[in-house]
Design a protein around this ligand. Sequence first.
Ligand SMILES: Cc1ncc(COP(=O)(O)OP(=O)(O)O)c(N)n1
Ligand SMILES: Cc1nc(C(=O)O)sc1CCOP(=O)(O)O
Ligand SMILES: [Mg+2]
Length: 496
Amino acid sequence: MLSNPSQTLTALTIAGSDSSGGAGIQADLATFANFNVHGLSVITALTAQNPQGVHRVSLSSIEQITAELNAIEILKPAAIKIGMLANSEILNSVNQWLNQQPVPVVCDPVMSATSGGSLLDNNGIADFKNLLNNITLLTPNIREAEILTGTNIATVEDIQLAADNLLAMGADSVLITGGHFLEESDVCLDYFKNAEQQYWLRGKRIATVNNHGTGCTLSSAIAAALAHGYELIDAVVLGKMAVSQGLSQAQSIGNFTGAVAHPGGPCRIEFLPEILPANAHPLEYKTPAFSRCTTEPLGVYPVVDSADWVEKCLAEGVPTVQLRVKDLPEDTLRELVKQSVAAQQKYGGQLFINDYWQLAIEYGAYGVHLGQEDLDTADIHQIAEAGLRLGVSNHAWYEIARAHAIKPSYMAIGPIYSTPTKVMRFAPQGLEQLQEWVDLLKSEYPMTAIGGINLERAPAVAKSGVGSIAVVRAVTEAADYKAAINELNNSLQAEL
Ligand SMILES: Cc1ncc(COP(=O)(O)OP(=O)(O)O)c(N)n1
Ligand SMILES: Cc1nc(C(=O)O)sc1CCOP(=O)(O)O
Ligand SMILES: [Mg+2]
């Protein structure tokens, strides 16, 4: 899933062995390998199980578990995944060791096997809250959330309440998975919450009985992504994609139910989850219907700060242009938008207005370009209903999943290289990340790449197949802007 890092990354799973190979340590190590992370393992218990049931459980001694934990410490796991803990004695000794660990911990509160056998005794369940202060992300399914909170979960509101309870019990963040919620629906809804944010993840429901190891795969995939240094919210998206893709390829074993597959390789867009807008009800949210762009790919895309520049670029035949201005008085802004729309009517082309979506609607611009922060406040449905196109900026997996819920007219990816034009919270993506996102998204969205792209870098960017290059300085600071537009266009045309 994630490419090879420059040095070996390690992640640790503390879990039980599943003799049938689909869950537990076996699933965790396969998942780590898929994410190019070296897996360390501390085995809390050996289970003799197959798809018909758990036949026997043999617990590791506390001495053995402690020795293994201490032994692997020098290999510096960059993230930890916790699965089966079996009883309160093991739980409390693992917890004591976790107190000294400075890395993120993802915990799947394993209580029973898919086939029904108990994997955590009642004292362990009672002591579970002891562990929660050391947990970065808890990933219970509905049943586990019910047991940990002592509540019944039947509705969207019940899930939200359970998440609040689990946070109050001490977990930093919680992801309640919805595999067993609204099972007849064609979507699967998971709910994420922490002190900073809450959102619903909506993914395609993969209807299969071969789902052994789903919770193990999700939690270890998130841990592996954290080991790579991803933010938690991005790691959750990557974990969800790995599970959906794995379920889509899961097969039975002979006549027996099988487990989540670990196919590796690039992810397909059908497995990219949507992160629904924060104020949307997950059962009522309607995806806006944005018009497609007229000219796709979007081609050379200058991002400029005056109506004069809009006109010069459109006169030069660029297919797409953006008016991007900041901190101007209302009167000046109106005049700029009005003149830019007039230039578009004269020369044709696709004019996007950055930020000022109401003015864009009022003056009949071709489209609006919004950043992720703007998505919190803009009325997305109003923009779509007014017939304007929408472009959205993306800098991370979380943002892509968020934009995917809106189905914009195009997706912008940036910053590809570092740029002095704008203070960015994100490191440069580089060409490899650009390529991964182009391969994932291009079948559904026209795309553009932005950030630090100049004439020398344009051929390499165009090679990704992105189909469009958005630039500020490469046009507005060029000695000869017409020649610059021409050269950028040549780079793109060479890859069509
Ligand atoms: C084509 C394109 N991509 C990204 C951006 C950045 O937009 P945004 O995140 O809204 O940031 P500001 O431009 O408003 O600073 C863009 N403008 N155009
Ligand atoms: C406005 C903007 N948005 C970016 C993003 O990554 O979202 S990068 C960027 C600045 C691009 O300027 P230049 O072409 O001069 O590097
Ligand atoms: Mg903006």
